[in-house]
Design a protein around this ligand. Structure first.
Ligand code: PMV
Length: 348
């Protein structure tokens, strides 16, 4: 038997950076992100002789995107296998709470693949752990139709699994729903928005493995002198952003994201052993965007723990923004994805 799921990446406008419990991936502050759609990870579980991640393509596909099997090292594969064990051990409690029957899960082979172009600089841990959580959860369910009905129809069921996904990789808990998701303490849930449909244009400054992992960044920032007041500021931004989304106030969304971008990276720049993810081109792009963010029709600009710059703009303006970027930075690669609804059991 086989079970498959897909889950998209998400891009935070107020960041999860700094943990109050590293073992459980409990965040120091609330965060809020936009869930993407087809920039995603597909995970497939197949009954096999032993439970292990294998470097082989899942049979499932994602229309319009090429699937690439990641090159996981032994530690990465072990983390994935450990997370599947966590999903299976949490399943009886969650399934019974929602009236679903459990089946015994035997040994399974884990296959995974990303739609991100190779070394695109897009972090895959959120999408990977979200997809693995959903694939594993399905494998534990005796009745897949009943499981799918609960997944589609009961947000609190998805939220229960988001708590499990979070323990694999914190930001994974925001990839189970969409398009806008707020994560506070143990809970990640969709929030309402009156903004039109947005897309994320990822300006690919550089790709490849980052010098400082996000795990190390989470540990480093709490020792920055700028950490004082960070939790309160980030939580206040989440409140302001939630209100702006609900009101459809795009210019406040843009202002909050812009301030937050600079603050998170300032924490990196002021940790006891300062480090940066920025490259000269990252800064050049930010300088080009500065007057645009302050003007009317401002794009939402953010950066993760990496050198790439994300421009979130209404889908109807995407072509125009792509043209502006191409004119100012000829040859710069741009990835595009729209906002989506989160992890799904159906793989097309
Ligand atoms: O989920 P992690 O531990 O890889 O942390 C992700 C941290 C950021 O991407 C930098 C911010 C965020 O909220 O997604």
């Amino acid at each position: 038997m086989k079970w498959a799921a897909r889950a998209p990446a998400n891009i935070a406008l107020v960041k999860y950076m700094g943990k109050c419990d590293a073992r459980l991936n409990l965040p120091a502050n609330a965060s809020l992100s936009m869930t993407l759609d087809s920039l995603c990870t597909v995970v497939e579980l197949r009954e096999a002789a032993a439970t292990r991640w294998v470097a082989a393509a899942p049979s499932a596909s994602v229309s319009g995107r090429e699937l690439r099997v990641p090159a996981l090292d032994a530690a990465g594969a072990a983390k994935f296998e450990k997370h599947l064990a966590r999903v299976i051990s949490e399943a009886p409690g969650i399934l019974s709470q929602f009236g679903l029957r459990m089946r015994a899960v035997g040994e399974v082979e884990i296959r995974s693949a990303n739609t991100f172009p190779a070394a695109s600089g897009i972090a895959s841990s959120a999408s990977a752990f979200a997809a693995l959580t959903l694939a594993g959860a399905q494998a534990c369910a005796a009745d897949l139709d009943a499981f799918a009905a609960a997944w589609e129809g009961r947000p609190e069921f998805r939220r229960a699994w988001a708590r499990v996904a979070r323990q694999g990789s914190g930001s994974a808990c925001r990839s189970l729903e969409g398009p806008w998701v707020r994560w506070v303490d143990t809970d990640a849930a969709a929030v309402s928005s009156r903004l039109p449909a947005y897309v994320d244009l990822v300006l690919l400054v550089a790709s490849g493995k980052k010098a400082v992992s996000s795990t190390d960044a989470h540990a480093a920032v709490v020792a920055s002198p700028l950490w004082a007041g960070r939790v309160e500021r980030a939580n206040a931004r989440v409140a302001e952003l939630s209100a702006a989304l609900a009101a459809g106030d795009a210019s406040v969304v843009a202002q909050v994201a812009w301030t937050e971008l600079w603050e998170m990276h300032s924490l990196f720049h002021t940790s006891p052993q300062p480090f940066t993810y920025w490259l000269p081109l990252s800064l050049e792009i930010l300088q080009w965007l500065k007057p645009l963010v302050e003007g009317p029709g401002a794009p939402v600009v953010t950066m993760d723990a990496g050198p790439n710059v994300h421009l979130l703009v209404p889908a109807t303006d995407a072509a125009q923004w792509r043209a502006r970027v191409a004119e100012r930075f000829p040859g710069l690669l741009v990835l595009e994805d729209r906002a989506g609804g989160g992890a799904a059991t159906a793989v097309s």
